[in-house]
Design a protein around this ligand. Structure first.
Ligand code: GDP
Length: 454
């Protein structure tokens, strides 16, 4: 437990119903008693954990600053594992600042970014992966992002990684038994057992690596480039999905000359939409620059929504676009289904196709379903472990590499001792992920990214 008692405003800095100032540390209750006076006259130090007292934050001369409720938590049963007092004042910025100033005058120092959660981690209240997921939970946008962050905050990553650690430990124990008694053919201590275990481990690590990309799409939104030749309905679709008139919709082909971007929430997904210039051969210099940018968007997008006008026959521009989409993550949208259809859908064979009328607002449900399938989001369940950040991913990737090297070494008949070293390397990476063996510098780096008060 840290001797230093810290305090910070833990609610957002702005006007609100209440503002919460959190105090944590050995002297948290004494500091709160010096700055808060209960109406009942009782000292907070006389209260049990999980008790509340109504009163006032009081200034040095005893005058009240604001009415407040103080909540007392006693170590270790608090967020940080230390004594904690949370003082709720009225949610005005000035009131919160003055109350915090008073609390610091009474002996608390200002908390650094993420310091409460860092203390929770250092006091064994949560593994590192859970502490990190708290940050993801706070910043989650959209239901699906909230669901995976909640699972992580509930320990899904830690459970998945611990399961892998156990398998690696089992392999390491087998290897050490085999080294001591190579001729005994002990079950669980033969090279064929190590092979099986390592294969299981690499499979699990690979799933974590693959799910990371999907999780990133869920958390940060899917970068979707809306492409198609002029007048197929790209801007109309963009407006339908974003629910406003960001793109100019006209009947003159080539109106959207640059890229218009919008982040939208549709059902439980976040889509970062870019409405690009229509792709076609053009002599207009400005439009040609837009077409170039659209092509670059196609290269970089996580998903391409390629629009075609169902009321027209396929022409050379459509074919040009289609040929540039091979092997890309794409959903074909045949738009204008409200009109008589002339398009022959066979040219889209092998592509996922959705039928819509952007004008009549039909087909959005099918579009979302198909996007989820193409981006493999529908493969994820809410309880799956989904790594939260690049740090976790790099640990898992390094562990995966060591395990794959170990598999190769085993297959090529290397000594099991060499395999044992690689298993130790993989374990080290996984312990770094959970925080069991993390350096102070790494730990500081992680919590610096939190907000003050968290
Ligand atoms: P863009 O050049 O691809 O961005 O196309 P726009 O969104 O500007 O649309 C071109 C024209 O097609 C406009 O007159 C739209 O109202 C019309 N349009 C777009 N979607 C539909 C649709 O689903 N049905 C019909 N009938 N017209 C549409």
């Amino acid at each position: 437990m840290s001797e230093n008692t810290i305090a910070a405003i833990s609610s957002p800095l702005g006007e609100g119903g209440i503002g919460v100032i959190r105090i944590s540390g050995e002297n948290a209750i004494a500091v709160a008693d010096a700055s808060f006076c209960a109406v009942s006259g009782k000292k907070l130090s006389s209260l049990k954990g999980y008790s509340a007292a109504f009163g006032n934050v009081v200034l040095a001369d005893g005058s009240p600053l604001d009415e407040a409720v103080a909540l007392v938590f006693r170590a270790p049963k608090s967020y940080t594992g230390e004594d904690v007092v949370e003082i709720s004042v009225h949610g005005g910025l000035e009131i919160q600042k003055q109350a915090l100033r008073r609390i610091t005058e009474c002996g608390a120092s200002l908390a650094e970014a993420g310091e409460f959660t860092k203390r929770a981690f250092l006091n064994g209240k949560m593994p590192l992966s859970k502490a990190e997921s708290v940050m993801a939970l706070i910043s989650a946008k959209g239901e699906a992002a909230l669901a995976i962050s909640r699972a992580a905050a509930g320990g899904s990553i830690d459970r998945a990684v611990k399961e892998i650690i156990e398998l690696l430990k089992e392999t390491a124990a087998g290897i050490s038994a085999y080294s001591d008694f190579p001729d005994e053919e002990l079950v669980g201590a033969r090279p064929c057992d190590f092979e099986k275990l390592l294969k299981k481990v690499s499979g699990k690590l690979l799933t974590l690596i693959k799910n990371y990309d999907t999780g990133k799409l869920i958390r940060e939104g899917i970068d979707c480039a809306i492409v198609g030749k002029p007048n197929v309905g790209k801007s109309t679709l963009m407006n339908l999905l974003s629910g406003n008139e960001r793109s100019i919709v006209t009947e003159i082909p080539g109106t959207t000359r640059d890229i218009i971007e919008s982040a939208v929430q549709i059902e439980d997904l976040t889509l970062n939409l870019s409405d690009t210039a229509g792709i076609r051969l053009t002599d207009d210099v400005v439009e040609a620059a837009g077409v170039d940018r659209a092509k670059k968007k196609i290269e970089n997008a996580s998903l391409i929504l390629a629009l075609f006008d169902g009321s027209k026959e396929v022409d050379s521009d459509d074919k040009l676009l289609l040929s540039s989409l091979k092997d890309k993550p794409v959903v074909i949208i045949i738009n204008k289904t409200d009109l008589k259809q002339k398009i022959s859908p066979n040219i889209f064979d092998g592509f996922p196709v959705v039928y819509m009328s952007a004008k009549e607002k039909t087909g959005v449900g099918d579009l979302v379903k198909t996007i989820k399938e193409v981006c493999k989001i529908s493969h994820l369940s809410n309880n799956d472990a989904v790594l939260i950040n690049e740090r976790q991913l790099s640990c898992v990737k390094a562990a995966y590499k060591s395990v794959k090297d170990a598999e190769c070494d085993l297959a090529s008949g290397m000594t099991v001792d060499a395999v044992g070293v690689l298993i130790d390397d993989a374990l080290e990476q996984l312990f770094t992920l959970t925080g069991e063996r993390v350096t102070e510098a790494v730990c500081d780096e992680i919590f610096k990214r939190f907000c003050v008060g968290k």
